[in-house]
Design a protein around this ligand. Sequence first.
Ligand SMILES: Nc1ncnc2c1ncn2[C@@H]1O[C@H](COP(=O)(O)OP(=O)(O)OP(=O)(O)O)[C@@H](O)[C@H]1O
Length: 255
Amino acid sequence: MDEKKKVILKLDNICQSYVVGESVKDAVENVSLEVYDNEFLVILGPGHCGKTVLMNMIAGLEKPIGGKIYLDGEEVHGSDKRIGMVFQSLNLMPWRTVMGNVEFGLEVAGVSKEERRATAQKYIDLVGLKGFEKSYPHELSGGMKQRVGIARAYTNNPQILLMDEPFGQLDAQTRYAMEEEILRIWEQERRTILFVTNNIEEAVYLADRIVLLSNCPARVKQVYDLASLGRPRNTTSPDFLRIRSEISDNTDLAL
Ligand SMILES: Nc1ncnc2c1ncn2[C@@H]1O[C@H](COP(=O)(O)OP(=O)(O)OP(=O)(O)O)[C@@H](O)[C@H]1O
């Protein structure tokens, strides 16, 4: 490990299994991982391999049947407000405006109206939604809804943001635009990002490091450090194409 990098999140032999009918289905098997402060870490794996199960455990939404999770060196049990989430299905509240959705977490936390408005506005501006504060979710495009989800997560001031296939339902053009956007936001407002995808090109475009998972049950197949690719990335450069094809050759086919 690079001595200069601070480990903010550590997974130690995480396992998850479910009882399905008469049998036991293993979904995640002995996943160990160190995540560095401020890094953009991509969890890449084939469809149904266990990526969401892994994210849910990190988010504290499910308890692992084995293993431990450490945040800033301390074991965590259940959800922790230092970890925020942006999911593919955003669950925006349709009866609330963009501002109402983004400030919701602060409202629940009892933050004064003035303070929560100011914080929410900062992140609405950051994600490029200035002028849409009073719009309702049904008035927004898919990419704009994702921006609301990102602003909402940032507003709660998490140290780590979990993004589970956030752009999976967007059309290709919007997806590329949002990949650019998330890098811009990450560079401006540094937080650790754990980003889940099954798209190799997206992973190589975004990540500082990629954790490649196996087919279900998810195990860590390999970790790729992409520091040598630099930023911004050129998706047609020989280095980009080489690493993309190396990962592709090493990726299990989704069953
Ligand atoms: N509560 C549960 N009970 C039983 N099986 C489950 C449960 N949750 C997840 N699984 C199974 O665990 C496996 C991994 O699911 P998971 O949703 O994590 O995959 P994924 O990699 O996120 O998939 P996708 O790429 O489609 O998003 C799947 O086979 C799924 O059916």
